[in-house]
Design a protein around this ligand. Structure first.
Ligand SMILES: Cc1ncc(COP(=O)(O)O)c(C=O)c1O
Length: 457
């Protein structure tokens, strides 16, 4: 029997993320066949600029033969070896990551951002136990943030819409609200005081919970999937200082913000803080190979006994974390980023894109706020600019769909439980060209122009 060439028919055995079985005869999702640069082509030959770098991860763009070759070369040389022992690419990458984070860091490898966060939670609890504070188990996270799909990472996630149906989740996770200057109506001149106030609220939570029961605070430098929430500059340093006052460790989830997304290697660099643990994934290999890492301070590493017979030893193991192919691809990805100046490109193209979107869409009745850092941009949609009432999810969905029809894939936050389903997210490959920036501006200009001529619901 010959196989059908209708991929959407054959796709029926694939269970897609965030969805269930499509109705008989219903058209499934778009199926992508190939990618080059910032663009992907579907099986019908339609081309789209990938304005979300896949899932915020194809940071160096598609079609890099050099990365495929790095993987092939490594897989021929040594396809696999577990990191109960060692291998060369893991060592080289560990050194690189330590250097990028200011030195004196150790790396434990994983396969996904969720797993990297899971390990961070296990490490902070065991670390405190080893130092004689076994009562420190609580992890404080923030509403609206996403930290992953596994049960621990989901427990840290502050989006009810992703948690519901899977509860009860792991105990010991608490949430506080993140800074949200636009929704809180904070004027530019009051921003820094607001950032300090939000950090003080978080510190009060630590105090109310009893500091000696709090193990760690986890936060993304900028909340990404939860609506591109950019905190005031005062916030992260104040949070770090509060953590230090109470012996609480700071975990900065760099799964999206890392690897140039915000114009620096890591999103927290701007704040000048040194987090105790840095989980990372996605852009570390430009998404050419699944790889993640939890990079920790030497102080944490040193607290764990080296002797495998010691009762206090680390009890965490995985098979594919630090796969030689993944580490080789990560090293090559970092080389590409440096050679092509992709951090600078992210900062400058991002600033240009944000300025042009503000000029084009800033006065549109649907646009409440346009914010960004580097190539991480959010367009917050409102039903009413004066009250800032969020636009309905159907409006956000309409914009996403219309952009796709014009050849641009964009993301959206989905926090239906909070009634905040109203931010369009842009995070294109850092290697995008000036013509690609033009395309994004042109498509969104046309899409919003079209939406203003329709009834805005
Ligand atoms: C901030 C953040 N942390 C963790 C994760 C989980 O990463 P993964 O999907 O690789 O498990 C994600 C995924 O989008 C994320 O956005």
């Amino acid at each position: 029997m010959t196989k059908s060439t209708d991929w959407s028919v054959r796709d029926r055995t694939v269970w897609h993320q965030m969805s269930g079985r499509p109705a008989k005869g219903a058209k499934g999702p778009m199926i992508v066949a190939e990618g080059d640069g910032a663009w992907v082509t579907d099986v019908e030959g339609n081309r789209y600029l990938d304005g979300l770098s896949g899932q915020w991860c194809v940071n160096v763009g598609y079609g890099r033969a050099r990365l495929a070759e790095a993987a092939a070369k490594q897989l021929e040389r040594l396809a696999f070896h577990p990191l109960t022992r060692g291998h060369l690419p893991a060592i080289e990458l560990g050194e690189r990551l330590s250097g990028l984070l200011g030195g004196d860091r150790a790396t434990f490898y994983a396969n996904s951002g969720s797993e990297a966060n899971e390990l961070a939670f296990k490490l902070v609890r065991q670390y405190h136990g080893l130092r004689g504070e076994p009562r420190r188990f609580k992890i404080i996270a923030r509403y609206r943030a996403y930290h992953g799909s596994t049960l621990g990472a989901l427990s840290a996630t502050g989006q009810a819409m992703r948690r519901t149906g899977y509860e009860p989740l792991a105990p010991g996770f608490l949430h506080v609200p993140p800074p949200d200057p636009y929704r809180e109506g904070i004027a530019e001149e009051d921003l820094e005081a607001y950032g300090e106030r939000c950090a003080a609220d978080l510190e009060r939570t630590i105090q109310f919970e009893l500091p000696e029961t709090v193990a760690a605070v986890i936060m993304e430098p900028i909340i990404t999937g939860g609506g591109i929430l950019i905190p005031p500059d005062s916030y992260l340093p104040a949070v770090k200082a509060a953590c230090e006052r109470h012996g609480v460790l700071l975990i900065c989830d760099e799964v999206i913000c890392g690897f140039g997304r915000t114009g620096t290697w890591f999103g927290h660099e701007r704040a000048g803080v040194r987090p105790d643990l840095v989980p990372m994934a996605k852009g570390i290999t430009g998404a050419y190979f699944p790889l993640a890492a939890t990079v920790v301070s030497d102080e944490i590493f040193a607290a764990f006994p080296a002797d495998p017979a010691d009762e206090g030893r680390l009890r965490h193991i995985n098979t594919f974390g630090g796969h030689p192919g993944g580490c080789a691809v990560a090293l090559e990805t970092l080389a590409i980023m440096e050679e092509e100046g992709l951090l600078e490109r992210s900062a400058s193209a991002g600033a240009d894109l944000l300025a042009r979107l503000r000029a084009k869409l800033g006065d549109h009745p649907l646009v409440g706020d346009l914010r960004g850092r580097g190539l991480l941009i959010g367009i917050e949609l409102v039903a009413d600019q004066a009250t800032r009432a969020p636009a309905a999810g159907a409006v956000t969905g309409g914009i996403v769909k219309a952009a796709q029809q014009r050849g641009l894939l964009v993301g959206r936050n989905v926090d239906t439980a909070a009634g905040l389903d109203n931010v369009i997210a842009l995070a294109p490959p850092l290697s995008l060209t000036d013509a690609d920036v033009d395309h994004i501006v042109d498509v969104l200009g046309a899409v919003f122009a079209e939406h203003s001529s329709k009834a805005v619901t």
